[in-house]
Design a binder for this molecule. Structure first.
Ligand code: NG6
Ligand code: CA
Length: 514
């Protein structure tokens, strides 16, 4: 850390009264703004800073090459909800049986009494906000979307929330601001049902003539903007989002938020929807990647990040802001729509050198892009320390002088600031309710029944009848199972895994894709 710079900044901010909101406790700790930019289904190899050659992500690269670019950065899970749960709460997602891919009607899965990053930061005087994807449930069951929806982000630590409830492919297809559906006409109330359609309402199965994007598996319920979704929705016409404008919409929300709160320490969780399905690039980006909509929305996401960084720069807060960039899980091509992701992939490798993808216990499921950036404070470097998104809670707590820690969230502030290479030694990763173990250079996947591959998405998910053991240093692509030839290492890995996970890890239900 550049002490001179920090002291000057602190003096200046005191002089001009820039930090208008006093912290609740006086500490010697720094209070930079903290922003988490979290993409949805972006693979390790999807950014040029991590070696992609078939598409360029100059703005993400600016963060990656100007900060710490982690080569061993992990999401906690190979799907969205559990990863987001772990990031915000600092708790392993498999400890919460509800932390799995949620329908839009699911109740909130974070306890209102649980520690979260925004709550911890609030206790140190931060203003906290979320703009973008939520997917952690809302309400307590049977949500009435026509009234203020609660509990939600605002009840688990966010002062401000502007969200989509679940995913872009799930109803309700509306934005929700501090619990209220934006633009709702009370005379056209919203009804949601994940089982049965409402009488007379078109759907993806019976009305293909109304669709502009074709479904491949799942995604054949209500049709919104020509796109068949998961779940049925009736009403709420005036509140429905425009898919092609979603990126611009969330960007503006994030920009407005930082402009409004630049004079107090703030936290922003910017949950971008790309490149999750349905991939709906704004016409400005359509066709620009040559890779079809998946590539186009990655370019769009990169552009959004560039615009967002410009805002931080223009507002004069880039040097007082720690940015964490990552993805909630690994990549998938066909995740339920025909959108040319497979056909136009060419030589692009979304997973980078890793095996598997979204839903997988192989590396690509959780081994994701991971960057920390803090202009003037973090020196550019590449770190091979193992870090997990779950570690942010304890590490950020240390940064801001909070003594809050959770047992699963390792305090790795120096690693995140590029001052140490001593990351975690071990990590349990999760994928569709199964778990596996990483320790040092080694990865171990215990035996699981079920198909080795999810056919529809064409991803090997890591199931096998026997233990799998890989040395990632020599075999980054997990091709040589050493379980038989190295029984000592296997025994050590099983012991390490079971010490964290317990012995009854195999009685879990696995994902069923339609
Ligand atoms: C799956 C969906 C997939 C995606 C995923 C959630 C089907 C057949 N597949 O169930 O399209 O929505 O859930 O993705 O419905 S995540 O990134 O939010 O975890
Ligand atoms: Ca995701």
């Amino acid at each position: 850390m550049n002490n001179f710079h920090f002291i000057t900044a602190l003096l200046l901010s005191v002089l001009i009264g820039c930090q208008s909101k006093p912290t609740k406790e006086t500490t010697n700790h720094v209070q930079p703004n903290i922003i988490v930019i979290y993409t949805d289904d972006l693979g390790y190899g999807d950014i040029s800073a991590n070696g992609a050659t078939e598409l360029q992500t100059p703005n993400i690269d600016k963060l990656a090459n100007g900060g710490v670019r982690f080569t061993n950065g992990y999401a906690s899970s190979a799907t969205c909800t559990p990863s987001r749960y772990a990031l915000l709460t600092g708790v392993y997602p498999w400890k919460n049986k509800n932390a799995k891919i949620l329908p839009g009607t699911a109740p909130l899965i974070i306890g209102t009494d649980q520690i979260t990053i925004p709550k911890m930061l609030k206790s140190k005087g931060y203003y906290t906000g979320i703009v973008g994807k939520w997917h952690l449930g809302l309400g307590t069951g049977n949500v009435d979307w026509n009234k203020t929806v609660s509990p939600g982000p605002n009840e688990v630590g966010f002062d401000y929330s502007y969200i989509m409830a679940a995913t872009q492919d799930r109803v309700p297809t509306v934005y929700i601001e501090n619990g209220d559906v934006v633009g709702l006409d009370p005379n056209d109330p919203i009804e949601i049902d994940y089982k049965n359609n409402f009488e007379g309402q078109p759907n993806g199965v019976d009305n293909p003539e109304l669709t502009t994007m074709k479904w491949h598996h799942g995604h054949n319920s209500s049709i919104v903007n020509g796109i068949p979704r998961i779940g049925y929705m009736k009403g709420g016409e005036s509140a429905k989002w425009s898919d092609v404008d979603m990126a611009d919409h969330f960007l503006k929300g994030a920009q407005d938020y930082v402009k409004k709160h630049k004079n107090e320490p703030f936290f922003l969780y910017y949950g971008m929807q790309q490149p999750h399905v349905p991939r709906t690039p704004h016409p400005r980006f359509a066709g620009k990647s040559g890779m079809g909509p998946r590539g186009d929305v990655i370019l769009e996401a990169d552009w959004c990040i560039g615009e967002f960084l410009k805002t931080l720069e223009e507002e004069g807060i880039l040097e007082n802001t720690l940015i964490v960039f990552s993805s909630d899980n690994g990549p998938v091509l066909n995740d339920g729509y025909y959108d040319d992701a497979v056909e136009k992939l060419g030589n692009h490798t979304p997973a980078g050198p890793y095996r598997g993808g979204k839903y997988s216990l192989f590396e690509a499921g959780t081994h994701v892009p991971f960057v920390t950036y803090w202009k003037g404070t973090i020196q550019p470097s590449v770190s091979n320390a193992m870090v997990c998104q779950m570690d942010l809670l304890s590490s950020l707590a240390n940064l801001v002088g909070s003594d809050i820690r959770t047992s699963d969230s390792e305090e790795l502030l120096d690693v995140f600031l590029g001052k140490s290479n001593e990351g975690r030694k071990e990590l349990v990763i999760e994928a569709t309710s199964r778990t596996a173990y990483r320790n040092g250079d080694w990865a171990m996947i215990p035996p699981y029944a079920g198909p080795a591959k999810i056919k529809q998405v064409n991803i090997e998910i890591g199931n096998a009848k026997k233990y799998q053991l890989y040395n990632l240093k020599e075999d980054i692509g997990q091709q040589n199972n050493l379980a038989k030839s190295n029984p000592e290492k296997l025994a050590e890995m099983i012991a390490g895994f079971e010490a964290i996970r317990g012995k009854d890890y195999n009685n879990t239900q696995q994902i069923k894709l339609k």
